[in-house]
Write a protein of this length. Structure first.
Length: 96
């Protein structure tokens, strides 16, 4: 009994598929060059440099100002109250 796999592609079919694929890829490249002849030319694109970063003159004062603003918007007491309420009531729709 012959142990050869008969469902595989033959070498001829594999070479034909490879040749057709190479022709499609090469033809696409030539078509792009024909439609857009200036595409492969290198162009120098210049961008304006970004502005220099602002340096902190007094980091401690800025951090204190930031924390004061955060506490004004959402005081720690409100966070603690919300956490206590959530612990007592649970999350709606969440199993206990």
């Amino acid at each position: 009994m012959d142990e050869t796999e008969t469902s595989d592609l033959t070498r001829r079919v594999a070479l034909l598929v490879a040749a057709i694929s190479a022709c499609i890829i090469g033809g696409s490249a030539l078509l792009i060059l024909w439609l857009h002849p200036a595409a492969p030319h290198d162009r120098q694109i210049t961008f304006a440099p970004p502005p220099a970063p602002a340096l902190q003159t007094d980091p401690r004062a800025e951090m204190e100002k930031f924390r004061a603003e955060q506490n004004r918007l959402l005081p720690p007491a409100r966070i603690e109250a919300a956490m206590a309420r959530l612990a007592h009531d649970g999350i709606p729709g969440w199993p206990r």
